[in-house]
Write a protein that binds this ligand. Sequence first.
Ligand code: IPM
Ligand code: MG
Length: 361
Amino acid sequence: MTKKIAVLPGDGIGTEIVEQAIKVLDFLNTDMNLGFEFENGLIGGAAYDVHGTPFPQQTIDLVKPADAILLGAVGGYKWESLDISVRPEKGLLGLRSTLNLFSNLRPAILYPQLADASTLKPEVVSGLDLMIVRELTGGIYFGQPRGVRVLENGERQGFNTATYTESEVRRIGHSAFRIAQKRHKKLCSVDKANVLECTEFWREIMIDLSKEYPDVTLSHMYVDNAAMQLVRAPKQFDVMVTSNLFGDVLSDCASMLTGSIGMLPSASLDDHGKGMYEPIHGSAPDIAGQDIANPLATILSAAMMLRYTFNNEEAALRIEKAVNDALDSNVRTADIYAAGTQKVSCSQMGDAVVSALKNRG
Ligand code: IPM
Ligand code: MG
């Protein structure tokens, strides 16, 4: 049976990195007879330029029936002065909420070959393997009311609202507990329960949920402490679950433990395993079009797609091992380059992963 993958390269380096992940998927598609069909669409600034909106109807019609979505990145200087309602980022947020992709998995794994690329000492990060589960369709990102208003005294005020319904917290909680069950059974829920009612409520629900998962050890941490602990002793964490905004910040922080934000993939899942897969980094307009970006986060996102949407652990592992082999062969894109290694372009890194796949057979 054919499986439809919607491909949304987006803006900036999005095009270059997605091209490399497609090379990898194309190879496996033929090699393992996976039955994938790819169809490209526009999102973000690229969509705005053609349709006047970052998430056009054509793209909605493409992603809704698709089995999975592979996305590059959105945003760029060119669109920064647009009204916030049509900025590229709105396209991504629209996609996440339209498809109900509430569970965002962001694994931070240190490849041993990159221990020196991290700004932290090798002994702090070596062996790192943590999973951040970020709630993706609620919280202050989507809460109403929001905007800029004029107060009675004539002063302008910007405002956003942080909200979580009980069902929103429960479903992300279930998702995180189940993931912890498959790992080392330790779940740390990150909140700011000492200040924000919304997250005190979050904590209360997590405690209630934990009764259903007696095999998982639940702990709680305030977000400021969690940020500190991530750079102090990151290996204390197995799975972290947190709100949309805190997850956005903590996952960028965690990415640097792995040497480069160019290494971190993500999966955004709905309740039925449908998913959107994207690197956690942005569109990097400063290096776009130069063929120097790191495509590994996108290639590893394709591996997550095989694992979480297509339940094909074998194919997912083949990609992950091929990335490992490529790093073993000493090739590095600029962001992870170190003396004694060989600097390669984005497309050469894509080729290195494909040839590692071929060599392993
Ligand atoms: C991310 C990004 C997005 C977010 C932006 C591009 C809207 O930073 O995926 O982490 O804030 O969620
Ligand atoms: Mg982010």
